[in-house]
Design a protein around this ligand. Structure first.
Ligand code: FAD
Ligand code: MG
Length: 350
């Protein structure tokens, strides 16, 4: 899965402007068919197909896509007591049987934990649970509770006693929130390809996959929101094709208490929201699952460690935006990122 980087450049040549996946204007074009569903994977999901296909085929494909996402949510959500993950989380020390995709996903997650020295760790679930009430990230736990729950965090204790069986120690809880959206994007991409679709954009709440190029041969232009609470402007645009663009930041899921902000990306070493002077991390890759894991990990690791990690891995590029309003981009993205927000400046990182 991981290769050390030798040579990786994305081919960025297109100049045509398609602004704003995030503002939804893509649905205005006559050749694009779009469908949107709210409250899936805790967000709004839009699938836009650029191929010229009959309405009936579009409807069939879209139904298949949303049914599949529903199924992924039903099996992988920690917010549903009857999901496979929730049942695994209640079944400590046993060899709990899981479906193929969950088994592979958890094995894959552990690889990412190793490569990120535990900054990405799906076993953060028991601590994450403390920060939630009725599934929402809204509650400031006591330091003592956090310290107690931290003893259950540690991906190295997840074991695979047999094919499709997973065992976790007593007290540990897995949470696929940082990873399963990437998996869902990968699966939906597969459905589109199987149905002969060559040009599409999948927008899963700002996490994007672009399938192929636009029908005219140009790249898609994916806008990234200014990662500041209450600011709805766009900070930059990145030109991509056949790539995922996955962003993690502290500006969308957070709460405020006693003049302090708490967001949902936890440092598994402390149990508290990561605080590395970053506003957001976007990872760009053909692999949406890896990009999802690495954007979360990059946000936890901070600018230097996060950038160094991405620079070492083949197939991943990144945009780190700091509280100083600097936009650091990896070498492979050179020329592909255009800054829109004049308060920010772009810096190459190598
Ligand atoms: P990411 O950075 O990709 O992930 C952050 C999330 O990962 C956190 O919310 C937490 O769950 C987990 N996490 C935090 N720190 C770490 C870490 N260091 N390592 C590993 N994981 C970490 N939201 C709702 O509001 N209601 C729902 O019912 C709901 N159901 C969902 C079901 C599924 C299957 C999935 C995948 C997501 C669901 N969500 C739901 C959204 C989910 O709670 C997360 O907020 C979302 O996936 C985070 O995505 P992100 O790109 O914003 O952040
Ligand atoms: Mg993620």
């Amino acid at each position: 899965m991981f290769k050390i980087k030798t040579h990786y450049h994305i081919n960025f040549t297109a100049l045509l402007l398609l602004i704003c996946l995030l503002t939804g204007c893509n649905s205005q074009s006559p050749n694009i068919k779009s469908a949107t569903r709210d409250n899936l994977l805790g967000t709004t999901i839009t699938i836009s197909i650029y191929d010229n296909i009959p309405d009936s085929l579009f409807d069939t494909i879209i139904t298949q896509c949303f049914d599949t996402i529903n199924d992924i949510e039903a099996r992988m959500s920690v917010n549903r007591a009857d999901s496979e993950i929730s049942r695994l989380n209640e079944n400590h020390e046993g060899a709990f049987p899981v479906s193929d995709d969950i088994y592979e996903l958890i094995k894959n997650a552990i690889q990412f934990s190793y490569h990120t020295t535990g900054a990405f760790d799906i076993s953060v679930g028991s601590v994450m649970e403390l920060w939630k009430q009725d599934g929402d990230f809204i509650f400031l736990p006591s330091p003592i509770d956090i310290i107690e729950r931290l003893t259950y965090v540690g991906y190295k204790a997840i074991s695979f006693p047999a094919d499709n069986k997973i065992s976790i120690p007593t007290g540990m809880k897995l949470d696929l929130g940082a990873f399963a959206k990437g998996h869902a994007l990968e699966v939906v991409r597969g459905i589109l390809i199987k149905n002969g679709i060559k040009h599409a954009i999948l927008d899963f709440g700002g996490d994007i996959f672009t399938l192929g190029k636009k029908p005219d041969g140009s790249n898609y232009r994916v806008a990234i929101k200014t990662p500041i609470i209450g600011d709805n402007s766009l900070v930059c645009i990145v030109e991509v094709s056949d790539l995922s663009v996955m962003t993690s930041g502290g500006y969308e899921r957070y709460f405020e208490q006693d003049n302090a902000y708490y967001h949902h990306i936890l440092d598994p070493a402390t149990g508290y929201p990561a605080n590395n002077k970053l506003l957001s991390v976007t990872v760009i890759s053909p692999d949406p699952i890896g990009a999802d894991a690495l954007s979360t990990a990059g946000f936890v690791l901070g600018l230097e460690k996060g950038m160094n990690l991405i620079n070492e891995l083949e197939g991943y590029e990144a945009i780190f935006i700091t509280e100083e309003k600097e936009i650091y981009v990896t070498d492979g993205l050179h020329g592909a990122v255009t800054v829109l927000n004049e308060g920010f400046r772009k810096i190459s990182y190598n």
